[in-house]
Design a protein around this ligand. Structure first.
Ligand SMILES: Nc1nc2c(ncn2[C@@H]2O[C@H](COP(=O)(O)OP(=O)(O)OP(=O)(O)O)[C@@H](O)[C@H]2O)c(=O)[nH]1
Ligand SMILES: [Mg+2]
Length: 800
């Protein structure tokens, strides 16, 4: 064994005066090199401490620990149990001795730090710690508390070494010391210490409760966990311990034998009872075997050796601080602890109730109501405290009442703030809800308003009201009675915001309608244009126009009806009607125009016909020859058609004009036919008249001529003829007075008449000449015979 005990903490006084303050001294000179050694500093550390009342074999036991440590962690052999030592081998290591005077002072560490590497790769360093026994005659309560508290804080396993049994004062001490340690440590809400190992030395009741860990467990159960057997006063002590340590165990050790009291006792195994040795072999591995080692943790963090040094320095400073409280006598401390526990419980009761009342899930409470509850819970807490076994006189106890009241009052401010904050939170929540509602409203309305379709105002209002009502329902569902005022205010704001949004969406909707309407308007105009375009090319006859109108109107309407008009049906219908009206009007106007034009044309047409007819009428006042008539007809017709051709077509189609010209031609021919037949009739009549008059005239001529004899002289003949001729000619000339006179016909028959008259004249003249010759011959030859012949001839008188 190369190591040695190193006193790392020693206890001294500030100065030599009687009331001087006790101070701790830290042996950094030896501690620092030990803990920052390269071999150990980065290893997780296990610190096994033994503490408890003085003269109870702590150092003695630690020396057996050392034997195990060297055997297990240096020599690597503990299997044959030889590690416990030889029978004659004096026990060495931490200083121990018999007698009544204290031996160990302050806190010591064994200089050799034992190392172990777990197969997992985890590397640990194990440190053994011996401590000054408590309650020796020389030590003050503060010394005891300091040593116990510091060793508890530094170690990962605190072995609380107790004689014979766990007494109430043991627990009180333990509580006092651990509380003392707690004061020096920051409260992290976790259990501050790791393992507490009660070690009961000289267990006297083996037949009742067996030695070892099993017996220890039973004893611990009885003391810590059995509520029936435990006085309420102890209950708090036990609960306190449980909240201080992660793990609490107990081990019952037998008495080592009376030899240990002998002055020459060297700690040799031969002097120890077998039971004791047997339980050393059992106990020590339970604490020191690798599988049972506990690594020092602070706030759940494993501590390295080098960090342990920092903590020791830190704790050391805390304990030496002038502000650090002085522990009072055990009684006072116990009373303090006891009363404090009950006061704390009473405070906690107040705290719990107020916490419940003001929990985040609880509604805001009216200020006056909260104050009332505070008073009520404070009274309950005080009566709860009064009902507990409180230690000390009334004056001593008064401070706890005050403390509870102060606690309640000071905490009430906090609770009031928490409660107040709920109001702000409620407002914030309502505002968030309001914003969420507005977003929901906008989303619902946006979804609804996707697209170009207009929604009729009534339907729009209905939808809007529906969405608004759902949104308000959602908002109202979050309402709590306690924050009704805020809810009402923010709800009003929400309604106002929704109404503004309503106006916005309504405007958007109306804009859509306006857009749809303007589109309808535009398309209506386009349809009208299409109609106009189609009608521009239409034929000019009314029938063609009517047909074209029907087609163009149909196309225009078809085009127009394609325009989307959802939501603006009435407007669309109006426009459609307007379109129909406009097209019809346009049609009527075109038609009227055409009719007017046609009428005008017709008028002109008739005028032209009349012109022709007038001309014909004029010429047909006289009877004309067919040739003349035809020639006049051709002339007039040509003239009229020329006039027709001079007419502007006035928008009429060429075909139409050709057709009309043709018609005019035909009509003229028809008129001509009339005048021709009329003329023919007159001409015929006139011819007949001419013929008959000619015959009459000839008769007039012939009658006197017939009365002439062949013996009339030529002169007579001539004069007769001339008289008759003039008379006959006069008769014929009367024809000229006839209305139906025709010069050519008249001349023609006059000419014939003259020829016939000439022929008659010649015939009669010749006969007269013949008669004269006969007469002359007869005068001369037949003067005589004339008489005879005359007589004979009387039968046949000569013609002249
Ligand atoms: N009755 C009894 N005595 C023991 C036991 N173990 C050791 N002793 C004796 O108790 C005496 C004191 O032993 P120490 O180890 O010095 O005791 P300590 O608790 O370290 O004493 P301080 O350092 O003064 O606090 C010695 O004479 C030991 O022989 C035990 O289990 N029972
Ligand atoms: Mg000792």
């Amino acid at each position: 064994m190369q190591g040695k005990p190193i006193q790392i903490i020693s206890i001294g006084n500030e100065d030599d005066t009687s009331g001087s303050r006790c101070i701790l001294e830290l042996n950094e000179a030896e501690l620092i090199p030990m803990l920052i050694d390269e071999k150990v500093k980065d290893r997780d550390v296990c610190v096994i401490s033994v503490a408890g009342a003085f003269r109870k074999g702590k150092s003695f036991l630690l020396d057996f620990f050392l034997r195990y440590m060297y055997a297990r962690y240096v020599d690597g052999n503990v299997s044959d149990n030889d590690w416990l030592g030889g029978d004659e081998e004096p026990l060495k290591g931490f200083s121990w001795r018999g007698g009544s005077k204290r031996d160990t002072t302050g806190i010591l560490l064994w200089s050799d730090i034992f190392l172990y590497d777990y197969p997992t790769g985890e590397k640990v360093a194990i440190i053994l710690m011996d401590t000054q026994g408590t309650f020796d005659c020389e030590s003050t309560m503060k010394d005891c508390a300091n040593v116990f508290a510091l060793s508890t804080m530094i170690s990962s396993v605190q072995i609380f070494n107790i004689q014979s049994n766990i007494q109430k004062d043991d627990l009180q001490h333990l509580q006092l010391f651990t509380e003392y340690a707690r004061i020096a440590m920051e409260d992290t809400g976790k259990k501050p210490f790791q393992k507490l190992q009660f070690l009961i030395r000289d267990w006297p009741n083996e037949f009742e409760t067996p030695y070892g860990a099993i017996g220890g467990k039973l004893l611990l159960e009885t003391i810590l966990n059995s509520k029936e057997k435990r006085h309420e006063e102890n209950e708090q002590l036990c609960e306190n311990l449980k909240t201080s340590f992660d793990e609490i165990n107990c081990y019952l050790m037998p008495h080592p034998g009376l030899t240990v009291q002998k002055p020459d006792f060297q700690g040799c195994l031969k002097d120890l009872q077998d039971d004791f040795k047997k339980h050393l072999l059992d106990l020590i591995p339970l604490i020191l075997a690798p599988e049972n080692l506990i690594i020092k943790e602070i706030n759940g963090e494993k501590l390295k050796v080098a960090h342990l040094l920092e903590y020791i320095q830190l704790y050391f400073e805390s304990f030496n601080s002038k502000d650090f409280p002085e522990p009072t006598t055990i009684f006072k401390a116990t009373a303090e602890a006891n009363n404090q526990i009950h006061a704390t419980n009473a405070e906690e009761l107040y705290n719990i109730k107020m916490k419940q009342l003001t929990a985040p899930d609880q509604p805001y409470i009216d200020e006056a109501e909260l104050k009332k509850k505070h008073e009520e819970y404070m009274s309950q807490s005080i009566s709860d405290f009064e009902n507990k076994p409180i230690m000390g006189r009334a004056k001593f106890i008064q401070k706890y009442y005050n403390k509870i009241k102060n606690y309640a009052s000071s905490h009430f401010t906090q609770f009031a703030k928490i409660n107040e904050a709920k109001l702000a939170l409620a407002e914030l929540n309502y505002l968030n809800d309001k914003n969420s509602c507005i977003r929901s409203f906008e989303k619902a309305m946006d979804d609804f308003f996707i697209g170009e379709a207009y929604t009729p105002l009534d339907e729009f209002k209905k939808i809007m009201e529906n969405v608004k009502s759902k949104i308000l329902q959602k908002f109202d569902s979050k309402r709590t009675n306690s924050t009704e005022k805020i809810h009402t205010r923010i709800r009003k704001e929400l309604v106002e915001d929704l109404d503004k949004l309503y106006t916005k969406y309504n405007h958007q909707n109306e804009m859509k309608l306006a857009s749809i309407k303007s589109y309808i308007n535009m398309e209506c105009a386009e349809a009208k244009k299409l109609y106009d375009k189609l009608m521009n090319n239409s034929e000019q006859s009314i029938e063609a126009l009517t047909k074209a109108h029907a087609g163009a109107k149909k196309q225009a309407l078809e085009m127009f009806r394609k325009v989307p008009h959802v939501g603006a049906e009435d407007f669309f219908k109006d426009c459609e009607n307007q379109l129909i009206e406009k097209t019809d009007k346009k049609f009527n106007s075109i038609k009227e125009c055409i009719v007017n034009k046609q009428q005008y044309l017709q008028l002109q047409f008739s005028q032209l016909k009349m012109n022709y007819e007038n001309l014909m009428k004029e010429v047909c006042k006289k009877v004309l020859t067919n040739d003349n008539l035809l020639s006049k007809h051709e002339e007039f017709k040509g003239k009229v058609l020329e006039e027709f051709d001079d007419l502007t077509n006035n928008g009429k189609s060429v075909n139409y004009m050709v057709e009309r010209r043709q018609k005019l031609d035909e009509d003229i021919e028809e008129i001509f036919d009339y005048y021709k037949s009329k003329n023919d009739k007159s001409l015929n009549e006139f011819v007949q008249k001419c013929i008959s008059t000619k015959r009459q005239a000839k008769n007039v001529l012939m009658e006197p001529l017939e009365n002439l004899s062949m013996f009339d002289s030529v002169d007579d003949v001539n004069s007769t003829y001339n008289r008759a001729f003039n008379e006959a000619l006069d008769l014929y000339m009367e024809l000229q007075d006839l209305i139906s006179f025709n010069q050519e016909t008249f001349d023609e028959y006059l000419s014939e008449l003259r020829e016939e008259f000439e022929a008659e004249l010649q015939r009669i003249t010749r006969r007269a000449e013949v008669g004269e010759r006969v007469k002359n011959a007869a005068k001369t030859v037949l003067l005589t015979v004339v008489i005879v012949g005359f007589v004979a001839i009387f039968k046949v008188p000569p013609p002249i």
